[in-house]
Design a protein around this ligand. Structure first.
Ligand code: PTT
Ligand code: SF4
Length: 622
């Protein structure tokens, strides 16, 4: 019996039959998987038929919150979106800051699961236990910002709204789920999953109370933590630059993605720093619900042309500036606004443009493949044209819309070496020629190359980029546990801890006051390991096999040294990477090919899942 914290209910919606049902799910799932990503992978393992095409109606689109979501504590307005990914073919998730998370909690749902496909463009209106299936004919084709405005005026400002743009409608594999115009989640193509269901938006309102084990005490502790955030020495800098504060640091350390990750140092970086953004372009600041350290720095163009505003996060800016050779803040603001309106991942879009420029440069595609576009580094117009080509699935744009892995296999040649992804997911904005620990983090991230699970690079810079020892590997796992395990299951924002160093000890206490369960840090780490291993089992169930190469970043970083900047000449060493990967597998209790052993699965309470893998012919070492 749960004492509080969890809503205890899952809302299951079948779009094909226009039916909704509410389940009280087994409390042991809540206790052993907590919520968010943990609940999502449990649902996918138990309810998704193996081998389902990610864009088939049978795929499940899941929105999940956790026992700390929407509570009066730092930065708690977050939600996990998860599904089987069309971009990678494996487990995919993302984390969105949105009022929808608060509304889900007030409605009492820990997860909303959507299956099937609506007969025509639709959106869902959910108010507590009531679900209405509504026509989206009038909003289909609108961009994500317009849809937000339309649905806000229809359903009220305090509704939670999740939507897709044209990218999701057109099943572009880089499509994300958008909220409140500037928030995005689900880089592994989860916007396309929503589009494949003919689902333009989900609007949710909840009117209930979140039942907590010790509400007054939680409020008191939450207030104290909010005060700690505000008093933190890093707070003023964070409030000025947000995630963009790291741009200059990346340049100094030669890890700023430049020219399709060929370089880690950009000759015009000084025009694109967090300071320039904050002091010359920033006009206002936005945040997710319940956040007192809002990082949505809204910048406005200052060039001639129509004024445009966009939120400038580091990943967006780096991938749509240095990585495609652009050094003009106005152009990057326009690109971010454009991609947000289309509902396409900024990182995927930047990666796709860079890949196209390089493939063109190397003669693997020509002007005709690009419908007359002649792409160049630093050329804003051709970058916009490539994005359009991809959204409209014209010529090479169609190939590109299936992702870098697919496109590189299709055009062949040396492109496989410079298709900068792991497991099909484009690498986020840290070049790793000098950073073997970060390369391992990308290699072993449970959704493909994303820094969300282990942003080890800041620690690695201090520890020593050149070291490739067990301590570094253990640090990757430690961060994966906390970032990918704790925060993705509590479902709150991790940035209070990462950026202003809020004491991590708060979180087990919050969990106790919310749920009445006394999780120790070790208990939480064990749950994180269970989730990681189940996610790995899910990938293996989908692929039918596993190989080390799937946990390895692209050839480029091993073969082509940096040619500019202070670390010129540096590249990754393959033997050392493999050595780290061996240690990683050993520490995780997986075999030398990255397959969990039977004893690891048994010790994590995954014996049934181990038997299921064996039943499909996967050999599990003991
Ligand atoms: C996240 C990835 C990131 S990570 C960024 S900027 W970052 C990009 N943002 C995009 C965007 O914006 N528009 C768009 N069309 N595509 C985008 N793709 C990219 O997506 C985000 C913040 C940020 S800003 C980060 S680091 C932190 N991420 C968290 C996380 O993963 N978990 C967690 N518990 N807390 C986090 N807090 C921070 O949230 P994905 P958001 Mg995002 C415009 O979705 O798929 O996880 O990829 O959610 O609400 O926009 O907040 O320098
Ligand atoms: Fe949202 Fe940024 Fe606040 Fe995190 S720190 S909750 S991403 S506004």
């Amino acid at each position: 019996m749960l004492k509080g914290g969890w809503g205890g209910k899952i809302l299951w919606i079948d779009l094909t039959r226009e039916k909704a049902s509410i389940w009280k799910y087994d409390p042991s799932i809540a206790l052993n998987y907590i919520g968010g990503r943990g609940l999502a992978i449990r649902i996918l393992w138990d309810h998704l038929k193996p081998g389902t095409d990610p864009l088939h109606p049978d795929n499940l689109l899941i929105f999940a919150v956790g026992p700390l979501t929407a509570l009066p504590l730092p930065s708690s307005g977050k939600l996990v979106v998860a599904s089987k990914s069309p971009l990678t073919g494996g487990y995919g998730d993302g984390n969105v800051g949105t009022r929808a998370s608060v509304m889900m909690r007030k409605a009492g749902f820990d997860a909303i699961v959507i299956e099937g496909k609506a007969e025509e463009p639709s959106y869902l209106y959910i108010e507590d236990d009531e679900v209405e299936f509504k026509s989206a004919r009038d909003i289909w084709g609108l961009d994500a910002s317009q849809v937000h405005d339309e649905l806000t005026s229809l359903h009220g400002k305090d509704s939670g709204i999740l939507t897709i743009g044209k990218a999701g409608e057109n099943l572009n594999h880089f499509a994300v789920v958008m909220s409140e115009k500037d928030r995005a989640g689900g880089r592994p193509g989860l916007g396309a999953v929503m589009g494949s269901k003919n689902l333009k938006a989900v609007v949710i309102r909840g009117n209930g109370q979140i039942k907590l084990f010790k509400e007054d005490d939680l409020r008191k502790l939450g207030t104290q933590a909010l005060r700690d955030v505000r008093k933190a020495p890093m707070y003023p800098f964070w409030m000025e630059q947000g995630t963009m504060g790291v741009y200059e640091w990346c340049q100094e350390n030669s890890v700023l993605p430049t020219y399709n990750f060929r370089e880690g140092w950009f000759e015009e970086a000084e025009k694109m720093t967090g300071k320039v953004m904050a002091q010359e372009y920033k006009v206002t600041q936005k945040g997710c619900p319940n956040c007192n350290m809002p990082c949505g720095n809204v910048a406005e163009t200052k060039d001639e042309g129509q004024k445009v505003r966009a939120e400038m996060d580091y990943e967006n800016v780096a991938m749509l500036s240095s990585n495609i050779g652009i050094s003009n803040m106005n152009e990057t603001i326009r690109l971010v606004r454009y991609t947000d309106n289309l509902g396409i991942d900024t990182i995927g879009a930047g990666a796709a443009v860079a890949f196209t420029i390089e493939a063109y440069e190397k003669g693997l595609i020509d002007k005709n493949d690009l419908d007359g576009i002649e792409p160049k580094w630093g050329d804003y117009d051709s970058a916009m044209d490539i994005i359009d080509l991809m959204i409209n699935k014209k010529k090479f744009g169609k190939t590109l819309s299936f992702g870098l892995r697919y496109a590189s296999l299709k055009i062949g040649g040396s492109s496989v070496k410079f298709a900068m992804h792991v497991k099909g997911l484009p690498i986020t904005a840290y070049d790793c020629h000098v950073a073997p620990g970060m390369a391992l983090s990308y290699g072993t991230s449970p959704i493909g190359a994303h820094h969300k699970d282990a942003w080890v690079i800041a620690w690695e810079a201090q520890y020593g980029f050149d070291k490739t020892d067990e301590k570094k590997v253990a640090k990757v796992i430690e961060l994966q546990r906390i970032r990918g395990g704790w925060f993705e299951t509590f479902v709150t924002c991790r940035l209070p801890w990462v950026e202003v160093h809020l004491n991590l000890d708060y979180y087990p206490k919050f969990m106790y006051l919310s749920t009445g369960v006394e999780y120790s840090p070790q208990d939480l780490n064990l749950i994180a390991d269970r989730i990681y291993t189940l996610i790995r089992a899910f990938w293996i169930r989908e692929y039918g096999y596993w190989m080390r190469s799937m946990d390895t970043p692209p050839e480029r970083w091993f073969e082509e040294p940096l040619t500019q900047g202070p670390k010129k000449g540096t590249k990754l060493n393959r033997e050392k990477y493999n050595y780290m990967l061996d240690i990683y597998y050993k520490l995780r209790g997986w075999d030398s090919n990255g397959v969990p052993t039977k004893s690891t699965m048994n010790s994590l309470g995954l014996s049934r899942e181990a038997r299921e893998l064996e039943a499909i012919g996967v050999e599990l070492k003991t």
